[in-house]
Design a protein around this ligand. Structure first.
Ligand code: AP5
Ligand code: MG
Length: 209
């Protein structure tokens, strides 16, 4: 099954992707994670992407489509995969449609005011990428999964978050109508707790199987 998680920055796509991929045994494809890993390794691609990401703008379509196509060509995607943060423009969605059949798109809906609060408190592990929130872990800077250091993402400052939201409304939210017209869209209210959102997503996936 090929799934897409749609939603604004901070909707909980990455958080939910971990549980979904584990439960359904499919790989997690996050273009944001791939780009951050390229930046960390200091590759040419990472260098080119960094200025876009730091400003909260989208990395150009051709670059991101290339990354996604490359990833889905790997053998572990043969039985399906979960996209998180891709596609993010109509051009990316059309390129994906040419590459593979999408079975289900789940939109996690969270209002802008809640997003700003969520992202200002997000902490991520520098080593394993696990995601936390200060409302649950307080001032802790140690990852409970691997012992790595918890940091704030470079694009989680208030000004960049506002721009990411504007970019989302302008360039990514049209994908809701795009997939709805194809009859592929499932909608989830993202403001429940992490467990409640997970249950809601799983029931949509199970109904589709
Ligand atoms: P990317 O890494 O994809 O970031 P994003 O879409 O902005 O989404 P986030 O990762 O910020 O949020 P999330 O929905 O994963 O939320 P999370 O689970 O962490 O992209 C970063 C950048 O890369 C882009 O700006 C762009 O420059 C570039 N890029 C990537 N893909 C691209 C593409 N396709 N095209 C072009 N450019 C691309 O949760 C957030 C916080 O909320 C956490 O602290 C979490 O603990 C908490 N939380 C989660 N769920 C809940 C809940 N139910 N209740 C309360 N708190 C919750
Ligand atoms: Mg994410």
């Amino acid at each position: 099954m090929n799934l897409i998680l749609l939603g604004p920055p901070g909707a909980g796509k990455g958080t939910q992707a971990v549980g979904i991929c584990e439960k359904y045994g499919i790989p997690h494809i996050s273009t944001g994670d791939i780009l951050r890993s390229e930046i960390k390794q200091g590759t040419e691609l990472g260098l080119a992407a960094k200025s876009y990401m730091d400003a909260g703008n989208l990395v150009p379509d051709d670059v991101v489509i290339g990354i996604a196509v490359n990833r889905v060509n790997q053998p572990d995607c043969a039985k399906g995969c979960l996209f998180d943060g891709f596609p993010r423009t109509i051009a990316q969605a059309e390129a994906l449609d040419e590459k593979m059949k999408i079975d289900l798109v789940i939109n996690i809906d969270v209002k802008d005011d809640d997003i700003v609060a969520r992202l200002s408190g997000r902490r991520v592990c520098k080593q394993c990428g696990a995601t936390y929130h200060t409302s649950a872990i307080g001032d802790s800077t140690v990852c409970s999964a691997c012992g790595g250091e918890l940091i704030q993402r470079a694009d989680d400052n208030a000004e960049t978050v506002r721009n990411r939201l504007a970019v989302y409304h302008q360039q990514t939210s049209p994908l809701i109508a795009y997939y709805s017209k194809k009859g592929l869209l499932g909608e989830v209210e993202g403001n429940g707790g992490i467990e409640a959102v997970f249950e809601a997503i799983c029931s949509i996936i199970d109904a589709k199987k």
